[in-house]
Design a protein around this ligand. Sequence first.
Ligand SMILES: NC(=O)c1ccc[n+]([C@@H]2O[C@H](COP(=O)([O-])OP(=O)(O)OC[C@H]3O[C@@H](n4cnc5c(N)ncnc54)[C@H](OP(=O)(O)O)[C@@H]3O)[C@@H](O)[C@H]2O)c1
Length: 346
Amino acid sequence: MSETTVNRAFRLRKRPNGNLADGDLELVEEEVPELTDGQALVRTELLSLDPTNRIWMSDIRGYMPAVPLGAVMRGLGVGEVIASRRDDMPVGAIVNGFLGWQELCLADDNLLEAPLTVLPDPLPAPLSAFLGALGHTGITAYQGIQLSELKEGETIVISAACGAVGSIAGQIAKQRGARVVGVAGGPEKCRHAVEKLGYDACVDHRADDWREQLAAATPDGVDVDFESVGGPIMDEVLMHLNIGARISLCGMIAEYNTYNDGEGGSGLLNVGQLIMQRATIRGFLVLDYVEHFEEAINHLAGMLGEGKLHYDETIVPGGIEKAPEALGRLFEGSNMGKLLLRVAWD
Ligand SMILES: NC(=O)c1ccc[n+]([C@@H]2O[C@H](COP(=O)([O-])OP(=O)(O)OC[C@H]3O[C@@H](n4cnc5c(N)ncnc54)[C@H](OP(=O)(O)O)[C@@H]3O)[C@@H](O)[C@H]2O)c1
């Protein structure tokens, strides 16, 4: 059996209860069948680790079906076509899409949840950017700011401020002339938010006085909350909303590890503030805005080209076996910018 015909993949064996634990996923070695017409074989180069991976493992009422027990874990990645029996994906093409938590993905219209996208050749930016600043997280940031109708001079709070989505949202918000206040974990991230990403202030949610820091950073209240965390941070931001404030509800990572046995959620205490302040809250999913992807990518690529967009990446080495451990970094906050796993080396 040659090296490229054996795939190593993570199959979901148990729905996690709390943090992902040993035994929830199993790393298996499987022979790749001979390609038939309409199939291509893609070697994953980089795997995107996303908070939503934890949602997909649970059987909570979600926005996509839960990954079935026994199936290869769903995941986004970029990779290279290494064998092909289809014209739209020649050998050597670089593709982006749901490659799964595995080294080799059999690209077959009947097997894949969504078609893979063939990236331009030559690539206009480093490959990793297509899973981050110029990929789904950058587009999410752009879309969330668009929906918030953020205006010049307004104050916006952005949680997970140094993360893949937050770091890009912060820079777009600054470009729009807003006062941009981040919330991040630890002094290093807060310094980075201000000095590198251009936030006006950043609240360290790990500090004892974080509530006071938030009040001091938002003297004119909060017009927009770009919310990625939920839990106590969102609850406190609710107490600073101005009349007519808008919340772009992007994510609630603080509660994903409570999504067990079809239930979960931490419960917010201050939701009544939406009434008092006549505020609106809008949950959104980037997948619903496919028709705006081109506009978003053009905008982000333009900022990048003009040197007005800084993006960070944390690329975990070690191959596919590191995927579960790497995912945990999102929940402990030990990533700066987009979290990726290097699956293959040249
Ligand atoms: N709606 C959509 O279409 C869409 C698309 C993509 C992502 N999202 C959501 O956007 C959010 C960010 O995703 P991302 O990929 O950019 O991840 P990320 O921000 O790069 O990483 C997650 C960050 O969340 C923070 N965090 C984790 N647990 C926390 C807790 N209990 N309290 C406070 N902060 C916590 C950590 O930052 P600190 O170290 O600063 O605490 C961590 O670095 C997630 O909620 C995700 O589900 C939504």
